[in-house]
Design a protein around this ligand. Structure first.
Ligand code: NAD
Length: 397
């Protein structure tokens, strides 16, 4: 079939297998060019490994450190006449690149929140690797079925305490408009914490330790976001911010557990970037398009792969945090949060409108990045050619 992007609001319902492979290979090449990172832990489990920050967190240990990787994700395989999800094609491409480089790489596709997938992962680690030295937790999900109660909780992206009105952009149509978001109920706050907070991360670490498959000095890292005043009401002070506070509190509890045997548990606060997860948050895509404009002009722009390479090369060396903020978090959002960057974005914010969006912001760059997430717009890919949507996972055969 000929595969074209089909955009519905903030998602693209199609993905291009060759384009996703080109996107993965671009990231692999970036890492190869940067060179290897000394002391990289050698057996890595990535939960949420197929797109965005998690995919980069699989590529960096593999290609900068020769690590064996197991990736867990929840994606859709392609069928005849129907494309799979980008994360599926990314993972097929990652495995192919890893295997070609002589690296171990296997993947588990299913609900990471479930006991069954945790057990399947433990069994695979026991069989193939014995133990893992690092666990990267990079899930972003709109819902979670709790493994103890069977209740499905949905996360919401709402302010807390009072309704909030702010500028936002329809990224598809390029229209800037005001949006008013009602404040979250206590139930919505609790549900968002259940989905995106730290409980599942802790369940993973507890399960891996109980099964004896976590090495004594293993590290674990999960990703958070803070951001500036402009997004404060919807992000850090909103429902998702509560979940991130819970995630950060979980890191401290996990540090108490892992620290006893020389391990580390830490949260890394990452930069705002175009991913499938961030494009669903109101207000944030407009902020990102202004941020990209400013950071590119300053030569400070990074994508997921640059962020995660810097994380492992400089901030989480050998799995041990080298420098953390007053709350114990790694801050690779440091360039985003530099005062002159934030001042420049804040200066543009009141002026940006539908009419001047392309001039003031990097909406073009935002759209290019968004399409790349689904394998579209990659150089060297013939998008007019017939593409086979069926792409078996190499490690499954
Ligand atoms: P993403 O949407 O690109 O990736 C989400 C991953 O989670 C995918 O691999 C997906 O398959 C997996 N997943 C979702 N539900 C699952 C389930 N039930 N079982 C197994 N796998 C499942 O998201 P992202 O933006 O890379 O976010 C990853 C983390 O980084 C999140 O914690 C997010 O808050 C954080 N973060 C993101 C940004 C940003 O701007 N994108 C900034 C800072 C921190």
């Amino acid at each position: 079939m000929i595969i074209k992007p089909r955009i519905r609001g903030f998602i693209c319902t199609t993905a291009h297998p060759a384009g996703c492979a080109a996107h993965v290979n671009e990231q692999v090449e970036y890492v190869r060019k940067q060179g290897s990172v000394a002391g990289m832990p050698k057996r890595i489990l990535v939960i949420g490994a197929s797109t965005g920050y998690g995919l980069a967190s699989r590529i960096v240990p593999a290609f900068a450190g020769g690590a064996s990787t197991i990736g867990v994700f929840f994606e859709k395989a392609g069928e005849d006449g129907r494309t799979g999800s980008a994360g599926w094609y990314n993972s097929v491409a990652f495995e192919k690149a890893a295997h070609a480089a002589g690296l171990y790489a296997k993947s588990i596709n299913g609900d990471a929140f479930s006991d069954a997938i945790k057990q399947q992962t433990i069994d695979l680690i026991k069989k193939d690797l014995g133990q893992v030295d690092g666990v990267i937790y990079s899930l972003a999900s709109p819902r979670r079925t709790h493994p103890r109660t069977g209740v499905t909780h949905s996360s919401t992206l709402k302010p807390i305490g009072a309704p909030y009105t702010a500028k936002t952009v329809n990224t598809d149509k390029g229209v800037v408009h005001d949006i008013t978001l009602e404040s979250a109920s206590e139930q919505e706050i609790a549900d968002t914490v259940t989905v995106m907070g730290g409980e599942d991360w802790e369940m993973w670490i507890d399960a891996l330790r109980a099964a004896g498959v976590l090495a004594d000095n293993a590290f674990t890292v999960a990703y958070s976001y803070i951001g500036p005043d402009l997004t404060w009401a919807i992000y850090r002070n909103g429902t998702i911010g509560r979940a991130k506070e819970d995630l950060e509190a979980t890191a401290k509890r996990l540090q108490d557990k892992l620290g006893k045997t020389g391990g580390h548990a830490v949260v890394s606060v990452n930069k705002a970037l175009v991913t499938q997860a961030s494009s669903a948050i109101p207000v944030v895509p407009l902020y990102i398009s202004l941020l990209y404009k400013v950071m590119k002009a300053e030569g400070l722009h990074e994508g997921c792969i640059e962020q995660i390479y810097r994380l492992f090369a400089e901030r989480l060396k050998g799995g041990a945090p080298t420098s953390v903020d007053e709350a114990g978090r790694i801050r690779i959002d440091d360039w985003e949060m530099r005062p002159h960057i934030q001042q420049a974005v804040a200066k543009l914010w009141p002026d940006v409108s539908t009419e001047n969006l392309d001039a003031l912001s990097d909406m073009a760059g935002y759209r290019t990045e968004f399409l790349k997430l689904f394998g579209f717009g990659l150089p060297g890919v013939d998008y007019e050619a017939e593409a086979d949507p069926v792409a078996p996972m190499p490690s499954a055969s």
